[in-house]
Ligand binder design. Structure first.
Ligand SMILES: [Zn+2]
Length: 90
């Protein structure tokens, strides 16, 4: 990253962290879980998927060290996909 890109990224994170819980929740879902819910850092790592009726995955941020959960819902079923491929839409 160039110094300008780093500066932009820091600005984006500052902006992210300044939002209230609901706004951040919306931004988080819009980004498809690309950034830390708390600080907006892209340096996050997801743990194993857990299932107990609902499904969730614990995500830890490498930047602020906070942990949050991605919660998954079953949205569809597909039967016509190539099992050799990781992408069922192909
Ligand atoms: Zn964070």
């Amino acid at each position: 990253m160039t110094p300008e890109q780093i500066q932009d990224e820091l600005e984006r994170m500052k902006e992210w962290a300044s939002k209230d819980h609901n706004t951040r929740r919306h931004m988080y879902l819009e980004s498809n879980g690309a950034y830390c819910f708390f600080c907006g850092s892209p340096g996050i790592g997801a743990g194993q998927m857990e299932m107990d009726g609902a499904a969730w995955c614990e995500v830890t941020c490498g930047h602020c060290k906070k942990t949050f959960r991605d919660v998954y819902h079953l949205v569809d079923v597909e039967t016509d996909f190539d099992e050799q491929s990781a992408d069922p839409s192909l």
